[in-house]
Design a protein around this ligand. Structure first.
Ligand code: ACO
Length: 195
């Protein structure tokens, strides 16, 4: 008899956290009203799951930036590495449940600090909505979900990096360029392979 091995699907973080978010605390305007618990017909906001490789998660990220050829094994390894860092990676997705497709994603990374009485700081990363689903408030929805999650997890602030074109979009969601303190600097390293 052929062996059938079904991959168990596990969430990256506790899905109940999303149920505890209070969208009435947010200043984001939704018209019509949607929230993480009621995102619209056939849509589901939830943590990234280990089965999402088969639901087009990596292809979706390809609409944000260069992703490369990520195999399922590489995906599982990275998923496990994130899962074993407690209270740090909150990769959150929107699924179109009728198509079993991941159509939106954003990540909250929670950084542990010594400053500000051992505070935690949030970073909003890798925001993307699939092109066929844009203009339906889902970008605002996933970002607001991440912001409320950061607040719920006691982050003292949340920051992001984006290109100039995106500044008006994030400004409508409450992000501010602080005068004299809004520079983003970087050094890009050549790819090395010590690990
Ligand atoms: C921190 C980071 O990750 S920065 C990287 C952001 N991601 C990308 O650039 C990837 C490619 N782009 C996308 O995936 C999408 O266009 C997103 C995520 C930026 C927006 O997703 P959408 O679902 O279309 O956004 P949504 O429908 O919620 O739009 C909300 C409002 O922002 C406006 N908006 C959307 N994109 C942009 C933009 N690039 N610049 C300015 N305004 C924008 C919309 O017109 C809309 O305005 P309205 O409320 O007055 O109608």
């Amino acid at each position: 008899m052929g062996q059938h091995t079904e991959v168990e699907s596990r969430p990256l973080y506790d899905p109940d956290l999303l149920k505890r978010l209070d969208f009435s605390e947010s200043t984001t305007k939704f018209e019509p009203l949607i929230s993480a618990s009621q995102p619209g017909d056939g849509l589901l906001v939830r943590p990234l799951c280990s089965s999402d490789y088969d639901k087009g998660f990596i292809q979706l990220l390809g609409q944000l930036t260069k992703v490369g050829e990520v195999t399922q094994e590489q995906f599982f390894k990275r998923f496990e590495a994130m899962k074993t860092c407690p209270n740090t990676y909150y990769v959150t997705v929107i699924e179109d449940t009728q198509k079993s497709k991941i159509i939106g994603a954003a990540t909250l990374v929670v950084e542990q600090k010594f400053i500000h009485d051992c505070a935690v700081r949030g970073r909003l990363e890798d925001v993307v909505v699939s092109d066929e689903y844009r203009g339906k408030q889902l970008g605002k929805l996933i970002i607001t979900t991440i912001m409320l999650l950061a607040k719920y997890l006691n982050c003292y602030k949340i920051t992001l990096d984006c290109n100039d074109k995106m500044i008006p979009f994030y400004s409508t969601l409450g992000y501010k360029l602080e005068p004299g303190n809004s520079n983003y600097m970087q050094i890009r390293f050549e790819k090395t392979c010590h690990l």
